[in-house]
Design a protein around this ligand. Structure first.
Ligand code: ATP
Ligand code: MG
Length: 453
């Protein structure tokens, strides 16, 4: 069994509660059949903070298992009151208390919280089938299915899972010119929106998977080898639903749901082209989940490929990033023509939020003025009211931004990076301020639009 191998390797390195969470509980959850979107870590519930909460994926999400982790030196018998209290308060049927060496499973029975397992690591591995039958994913699904027909207490997830009346603004960040800052803008704009309290989903639909890796997810190691689903599964397998493909990442108060990409997307052109009504595959998959988010941002490739059409068909809005340089500005003409063309093929028009400037050189004032003039001419030539975003929202060129993708987090998280010099942390904070201004502008537009609908 894989778990036995993983655990035998980590035993000498178990010192803290965090070690127990990462090296013992995470592999255990995987072995029990859970994926990252089945549970929330550090879940706040009233006055409690649960180390792990496993919930159903359908709305409303029903609690199934609470896990309380302790450092390995802890005597679990002294902490039983705590898990009992959590199970009772949250009204979950099961609780697991573990210090990484000993595992105690509790269950609610006739208004009492009773202990059903008390096992050491070897005991758990030897009796794994029994344990899985009680707290494994399949058992949780059966339990939740049986409850959704009857009245039950509902466990609310304050940030993500309470559907609202409002539907997400689905924004495809589009420019077929390569390297104009689409992915960098998407990542940091999403982080800024989350920082401002918005619920954000990111969809990487580019085989380069720059957004995925830029957020610290390795498509091979973290997704494929863990048996998780990605954008290719979402687009090509009709049984795969959006929640099956979501990986959630947290950096302090910034929380992003991410549909990761994979290089094999580049081999899917023929499959996607042949699919019946294939252009609408993504919009169909998003249909039932628009109320779970305020913003869904899609990051397509720079090419003219099928996935580009799919990304444009799925969007309610388009945001066009550009640089103030000759080639990107020249490419705008095609971007505008293509977007207006797609808009005509749709039931609802595709709204253009506007053109956002990225990577501009602050010192090149006269050159910038010239480019701005050209952009205005191109926008006017469309005969539509498409704005160039105000200068206060433009993102300058920052060395720290260019180096950031390898670090695997959005810029707002740089201040916690032990390996980053203080000067770079300050520059990263300055750069993130620019994305915050862009996010606030977007919020203003979206509120104005809602007010006029
Ligand atoms: P592609 O068309 O390949 O998908 P893209 O349009 O998504 O590219 P990015 O990958 O975001 O563009 O950016 C291209 C390069 O410019 C990257 O190396 C990125 O780190 C860098 N970059 C993006 N924004 C900035 C910025 N504000 N300052 C400095 N460098 C930046
Ligand atoms: Mg990109």
């Amino acid at each position: 069994m894989r778990l036995a191998e993983v655990w035998s390797e980590v035993i000498p390195y178990l010192h803290t509660e965090a070690d127990v969470e990462h090296k013992v509980i995470n592999p255990l959850l995987t072995e029990l059949g859970y994926r990252s979107n089945d549970f929330t870590v550090q879940f706040k519930f009233d006055q409690f903070r649960l180390d792990f909460l496993i919930q159903g994926n359908q709305l409303p999400r029903l609690a199934y298992l609470i896990i309380e982790a302790k450092a390995p030196r802890h005597n679990l018998n002294e902490d039983i009151w705590q898990i009992r209290r959590y199970v009772r308060h949250v009204k979950a049927p099961f609780g697991l208390l573990t210090n990484g060496k000993q595992f105690q499973v509790f269950c609610e029975w006739n208004n009492r919280i009773i202990k059903v397992f008390d096992l050491d690591q070897k005991g758990l591995i030897d009796n794994f089938d029994q344990v899985r039958k009680v707290i494994g994913k399949e058992a949780s699904l059966r339990y939740i299915a049986s409850l959704t027909q009857v009245q039950m207490p509902i466990v609310p997830d304050p940030i993500y899972l309470t559907p609202t009346e409002k539907k997400a603004m689905i924004i495809t960040v589009f420019n077929n010119k390569g390297g104009v800052g689409k992915t960098t803008t998407t990542i940091n704009l999403a982080a800024a929106l989350s920082k401002l309290g918005k619920r954000v989903l990111l969809i990487d639909i580019d085989a380069q998977a720059n957004l995925t890796t830029g957020l610290g997810i390795d498509p091979l190691v973290d997704i494929e080898q863990q048996g998780k689903k990605d954008i290719v599964d979402l687009l090509t397998d009709r049984d795969v639903k959006l929640p099956d493909t979501i990986t959630r990442k947290r950096w302090g108060d910034v929380v992003l749901d991410i549909v990761p990409s994979h290089i094999r997307l580049s081999d899917m052109e023929a499959t996607l082209t042949q699919a019946v009504d294939g252009d609408r595959v993504l919009i169909r998959k998003l249909k039932n989940y628009k109320q779970n988010y305020d913003f869904i941002l899609i990051d397509p490739p720079p090419s003219f490929s099928k996935v580009n059409t799919i990304a444009l068909m799925a969007a309610s809005h388009i945001l066009i990033p550009t640089q103030l340089a000759a080639y990107p500005v020249r490419a705008l003409e095609y971007v505008l023509t293509r977007t207006l063309g797609i808009s005509k093929d749709r039931d609802e028009p595709l709204k253009m939020l506007g053109v956002a400037v990225s990577m501009y050189d602050k010192s090149a004032t006269s050159g910038n003025r010239e480019m701005v003039e050209k952009i205005h001419q191109k926008l006017q030539a469309t005969g539509e009211l498409i704005p160039l975003f105000p200068e206060s929202t433009w993102i300058p060129q920052f060395k720290v931004v260019a180096l950031n993708p390898d670090r695997g987090y959005p810029l707002c998280h740089a201040d916690t990076d032990k390996d980053l010099p203080t000067g770079d942390k300050i520059k990263a904070a300055d750069a993130f301020e620019c994305y915050l201004r862009l996010a606030k502008h977007l919020l203003k537009i979206s509120e104005e639009e809602r007010a006029t609908v």
